[in-house]
Design a protein around this ligand. Structure first.
Ligand SMILES: C[S@@+](CC[C@H](N)C(=O)[O-])C[C@H]1O[C@@H](n2cnc3c(N)ncnc32)[C@H](O)[C@@H]1O
Length: 215
């Protein structure tokens, strides 16, 4: 069985320079993808001025660029892919945001205690890349002072079939990385137990998009 450490090394191989370049040029042409756009819709109801954002597994950084353009104070990206981080860092410099952004390479669930808390924490299509949903969601709740916005796949049979295909195709690139479908109700329980209540939910098949607020 793959350990969590091996899994995160696998993410660094799976989300490589070619994937980062492809996603970045798609972003430049079309803007945020539909799931990310839904997260932005949910977060657009709040005032971002003077607030900080932690974007876990933020990839090329679409959520961060939205937040900074809207006047957010600062962003922090933690990612297990060095190629995604390099792409995001270059974009921040190009847009004059170097002093309002930081980029940290690593497994968020391992390093979160070293970080300052942020007002808003986002994780867009990330929990499905992580073997232990409880571990990463507990860390997410610890780091958020106010809001959490998350997207993750539905847990029905169809998602499991799609994930099985994902497991096979991921093997072409690395044996240490695979997608996971976690139990939706159990994930929601983690937020409740940690003192967050759900304030927005939508479905962009096959993704749940939800925002939670600290009670
Ligand atoms: C499917 S991609 C999503 C990227 C971006 N959020 C988006 O929606 O385009 C998953 C991202 O999560 C990152 N990731 C997976 N596990 C992680 C972990 N434990 N800590 C930090 N980043 C992680 C991967 O490196 C990758 O950037």
């Amino acid at each position: 069985m793959t350990t969590i450490k091996e899994h995160c090394c696998g993410a660094d191989v799976f989300f490589d320079e070619k994937t980062a370049e492809k996603q970045y040029s798609q972003y430049l042409k079309k803007g945020p993808g539909r799931v990310t756009a839904r997260m932005i819709d949910q977060l657009s109801t709040i005032q971002v001025h003077n607030r900080s954002l932690l974007d876990i597994g933020g990839g090329i950084g679409a959520l961060q660029w939205w937040f900074l353009r809207e006047g957010g104070k600062e962003t922090k990206a933690v990612d297990a892919s060095s190629d995604y981080l390099n792409k995001a860092k270059a974009h921040a410099s190009k847009n004059g945001w170097a002093d309002r952004t930081s980029f940290i390479f690593g497994d968020f669930a391992e390093i979160y205690m070293e970080l300052e808390q942020s007002d808003i924490v986002t994780l867009d299509k990330v929990v499905c890349c992580y073997p232990d949903y409880q571990q990463i969601l507990n860390a997410v709740c610890h780091q958020s002072m106010e809001l959490i916005s998350i997207s993750y796949p539905m847990d029905g049979i169809l998602s499991r079939i799609v994930a099985s295909v994902g497991v096979i195709s991921a093997r072409w690139k690395t044996k240490s990385f695979r997608p996971y479908i976690h139990p939706v109700n159990k994930m929601r329980e983690v937020f409740e137990e940690k003192g967050f209540s759900r304030v927005a939910h939508s479905l962009t098949f096959p993704w749940h998009v939800e925002t939670y607020r600290r009670k």
